[in-house]
Design a protein around this ligand. Structure first.
Ligand code: PGA
Length: 249
């Protein structure tokens, strides 16, 4: 069983001073060593100062996006090398907001996953169905396609370094969480797909985390499910009090 993996996705929130204030408070509350992975996915501008401030802490840093090319004429993009220099160990790839609002496709998402792994970053690959797809009973086929295409051309050794985030689109920012059993059903399905890709032993060690309106009030029942190894919290990660409560589930 992977150890609990608790990540906060700040999205487009917090300037550097706010990010540092939050990180300082969090690092004081959760000094090393910790028995869980604690990760903050901050906006690009805050990554480097956070990386400096959190260097000796138990809090690890993630970016929210990355480009797959190493460098070049890609105005507005950020490379894996830049993220590594800033102190990131993780990068979120294929978040539903990137897919929906910025048109990201599985093919590009796969390139990002591969670039991240090649640079030594662990990708947090997001998958999840929309409300309409769930209504049409397409949840499993959508998740299968996103996972298979997102992990295309990777060997088992690469796949074991990926974190998979199941984030039903209808539960993100809506206050509507998937019922724990409903999430578990999809997590189990993802685990089985991973077993098919890299074998039972490696698949058992891959964190499959849940995202979508996670709060201090529902974290415990979600974490009680066998295949839910952690969470990706958005709104509830913006406040140090509520994120701390989630970490102490
Ligand atoms: P939410 O966001 O917790 O605000 O629903 C989760 C996410 O988008 O990762």
């Amino acid at each position: 069983m992977p150890r609990p993996f608790i990540a906060g996705n700040w999205k487009m929130h917090k300037i550097v001073s706010e990010a540092l204030e939050f990180a300082g408070a969090l690092a004081r509350r959760f000094p090393p060593p910790q028995e869980r992975d604690i990760v903050i996915a901050a906006p690009f501008t805050a990554l480097h100062p956070l990386g400096q401030a959190l260097r000796t802490s138990a809090i690890q840093l993630s970016a929210q996006n990355v480009h797959w090319e190493e460098q070049g004429a890609f105005t507005g993009e950020v490379s894996t090398r830049m993220l590594c220099e800033a102190g990131c160990r993780y990068v979120i790839v294929g978040h539903s907001e990137r897919r929906r609002l910025f048109g990201e496709q599985n093919r590009e998402i796969n390139l990002k996953v591969r670039a991240a792994l090649a640079a030594g970053l662990k990708p947090i690959l997001c998958v999840g169905e929309t409300l309409e797809e769930r209504g049409d009973e397409k949840t499993f086929s959508v998740v299968r396609k996103q996972l298979k295409e997102g992990l295309n051309n990777l060997n088992p050794d690469d796949i074991r370094r990926v974190i998979v985030a199941y984030e039903p689109v209808w539960a993100i920012g809506t206050g509507r969480t998937a019922a724990p059993a409903q999430a578990q059903e999809v997590h189990r399905f993802i685990r089985q797909l991973l077993e098919g890709l890299c074998g039972e032993d490696l698949a058992a060690a891959i964190p499959i985390i849940y995202g979508g309106s996670v709060t201090p009030g529902n974290i415990r029942e979600l974490m009680a499910e066998t295949d839910i190894n952690g969470v990706l919290a958005g709104g509830a990660s913006l406040d140090v009090e509520s994120f701390s409560k989630i970490l102490q589930f």
